[in-house]
Design a protein around this ligand. Structure first.
Ligand code: GAL
Length: 663
């Protein structure tokens, strides 16, 4: 019943599983070579023996029970905003807009968990499966289990990802998914989304103003107002709001912007491909639109073909895929669970799968041109690691948003704790200090006509009344945007590692050191790449208590200050600072902040060494390619600092694009 499908990845088939599942419908192949590189000899055996598992068919479907040790802690289940440690909890995998409670509902709930004991489990089903994570002992045994209750199915396939470490288990899951997504370098710049009804002239005014004020914005987002019809969507330019949109796009391109367009999945009757896609759509309308069945290649081809011709080939860089999550907390606007789709999926399954199928369909529009895209999405599904889309939400609790950033790395997801309005300048600044560590550093100003640094208050913003301290607020934002821009080479390399070996670029402390039980509950601090640590603050905090991982760490804001990790600290921080640390002994490849990240940039580096004086050379290796082409020729650049502080750069190839130079 158990077979090793890749080194360290085991498949367990229980009963008679369903035909249509996340794995059977996958559109990205596993990263087989990278999985092999993790080693067949060193891959641990399956951590669960048949005798430790139980399975039975029940009147409601089927259920499996997996062992759970007395001390192990579980994490995962996708983008959980309300909780971190999942041991002792019930989680139901149900995709939802506005998941307001700790039920498992999420924009991207994943039937998957990872254990401090160094293994992970994926239940390969699109059903609204429930996990009971050891909340109750079994009668007469005093043993905890993980019970998986699958409605409507007579069987279940489990995939077990072994370690030996917890991080290895996550890496194997990500590689099995296809390896992590590599952004185009511009995707790591600052994003600004214009007001939902902004017309071309307003968008362009902002675009020019950002340049004049040296606010380094790279991606400009247009919201529903660019369509002739939204809810459902027509995917056609509204010529009244955007007259001569080609010329408008060319002007923005000239100013160095990448353009991202909002849309959703429900196809309006006036969409050019409405009739074509009708035979490949579900049997219920949503907002009078069709829901394409992206499990079918025909539907994907029609939808992505249109997006290729109308947008990708016209210079649009990507999309924001809204409203694909479904509705149980927001009036039930989506298709019902009993809807039928021509592939054989029902509405329940489609809800849990459409997020990723939609992402793959839209990504396909960019592939033929060889361009990498980077976009936004409101729902995702298992095996999402290779997908170049970052999740966002309308919920706006800063603490939850930060927890999302900590949780995303367990389950192969990307998340942006986007910034919109704020209760105060302090709130605005603290939120930006969080979002700059995410895959998309975004100001999502869709509800407001003016940027939040001009006016944080929603009512006054609508009236166009600036804050008294707007210059100061703008200054804080500019400094943080510049910090993000300086981090891009470092982040890009962290993402290249995600693509190559599945290491999440941003992750919870527990993933790197589950042996240290102090890390088990830290849901408000992250490791970024191999050498940076941040514990963002929320408004109202003047002092911050934070746990520094084991090792030694230099304070980014006061580098001569080196702290011993493996300890809790509480410090006071002024508004422009927060706990942000660099691993002692590291050389960080800071870049000179650009005003915008071009398609094929060259970053001027000012590497900085953090740590005590050393007699040894210190080096850091960066991933290098042309910054945006799919499958671009790539290599590495190694920066080495000699004991006198002199840094040299060595490239491992002589041709190809130069992404880095020393300043
Ligand atoms: C919401 C979305 C927001 C914004 C808005 C525009 O559904 O979450 O980010 O795009 O629609 O109408």
């Amino acid at each position: 019943m158990s077979e090793q499908v890749f080194p360290g990845v085991y498949r367990l088939t229980l009963g008679d599983p369903e035909r249509l599942t996340p794995v059977s419908l996958r559109l990205a192949p596993p990263a087989a070579e990278a999985l092999a590189l993790m080693g067949r000899e060193t891959a641990p055996p399956c951590p669960m023996t048949e005798s430790q598992l139980s399975f039975r068919v029940t009147p409601r479907g089927c259920m499996a029970e997996l062992p759970l040790d007395g001390f192990e802690q579980l994490y995962g289940f996708g983008l959980q905003l309300k909780s971190f440690v999942q041991t002792g909890k019930k989680k139901t995998i149900r995709v939802n807009a506005d998941p307001v409670a700790d039920t498992g509902d999420s924009h991207a709930p994943i039937p998957y968990y990872v254990s401090t004991e160094g293994y992970a489990v994926l239940a390969d089903t699109a059903r609204q499966v429930s996990f009971y994570c050891g909340a109750n002992d079994k009668v007469g045994t005093s043993e905890r289990t993980v019970a998986i209750d699958v409605p409507g199915a007579r069987g279940l396939t489990l995939y077990i990802f072994t370690g030996p470490t917890m991080l290895d288990a996550v890496r194997r899951y990500n590689l099995f998914s296809g390896g992590g997504a590599l952004p185009p370098a511009w995707g790591l710049g600052i994003w600004y989304r214009c007001h939902t009804k902004a017309r071309a002239a307003e968008a362009e005014r902002f675009a020019r103003e950002f340049r004049e004020k040296e606010l380094p914005v790279t991606v400009l987002g247009l919201e529903p107002g660019w369509h002739t019809a939204a809810y459902s969507t027509s995917y056609r330019w509204n010529e009244e709001n955007f007259p001569e949109h080609e010329a408008f796009l060319a002007r923005l391109k000239g100013l160095g912007y990448q353009i991202n367009l909002w849309e959703h999945v429900f196809v309006h009757p006036t969409a050019e491909f409405y009739d074509d896609i009708m035979p490949y759509a579900g049997d219920y309308e949503v907002w009078h639109g069709l829901t394409p069945d992206f499990a079918l290649p025909e539907a994907r081809e029609i939808f992505s073909g249109y997006h290729r011709r109308a947008f990708a080939e016209q210079g649009i860089s990507g999309f924001k895929l809204d409203e694909c999550d479904g509705s149980d907390f927001t009036g039930g606007w989506s298709y019902p669970n009993c809807a039928r789709f021509p592939s054989g999926l029902d509405g329940e399954q489609m809800h849990n799968l459409i997020g990723l199928l939609y992402q793959h369909t839209v990504r396909q529009a960019f592939d033929p041109a060889g361009r990498r895209t980077w976009g936004l999405v409101r729902a995702s599904s298992p095996l999402a690691a290779p997908s170049p889309f970052t999740l966002y939400s309308d919920l706006y609790q800063h603490g939850d948003y930060l927890r999302g950033l900590v949780n995303m790395g367990f389950s192969g997801l990307l998340w942006t704790p986007e910034v919109r309005d704020a209760a105060s300048v302090e709130d605005l600044v603290r939120r930006i200090q969080t979002v700059i560590f995410s895959p998309v550093a975004m100001i999502n100003a869709w509800p407001f006509p003016y940027p939040p640094w001009m006016q944080v208050n929603s009512t006054l913003n609508h009236q166009g009344i600036p804050m008294e301290n707007q210059t100061e607020a703008e200054g804080y934002c500019r400094d943080l945007f510049r910090l993000r821009m300086a981090m891009i080479p470092y982040l890009y390399t962290a993402f290249a590692r995600y693509a190559a070996d599945g290491t999440p670029p941003v992750r919870a402390l527990v993933l790197d050191d589950p042996e240290d039980d102090e890390t088990w509950t830290v849901d408000d601090a992250v490791l970024i790449g191999s050498d940076l640590y941040a514990a963002p603050m929320t408004a109202g905090q003047t002092a911050r208590r934070f746990y520094l991982p084991r090792g030694r760490w230099a304070d980014y804001f006061a580098p001569e200050q080196i702290l011993e990790g493996g300890k809790w600290y509480t410090f006071d921080y002024p508004l422009e600072r927060f706990p942000f640390f660099v691993r002692s002994g590291a050389l960080i490849p800071w870049a000179e902040p650009l005003q915008t990240v071009p398609e094929h940039p060259t970053f001027l580096l000012r590497p900085k060494y953090y740590g005590p004086p050393t007699e040894q050379p210190v080096s850091v290796t960066l991933y290098e390619d042309d910054g945006g082409t799919l499958g671009a020729a790539h290599g590495t650049v190694t920066l080495t600092r000699d004991p006198d502080g002199l840094v040299t750069l060595a490239r491992d190839r002589t041709d190809g694009h130069i992404l880095y130079r020393l300043a």
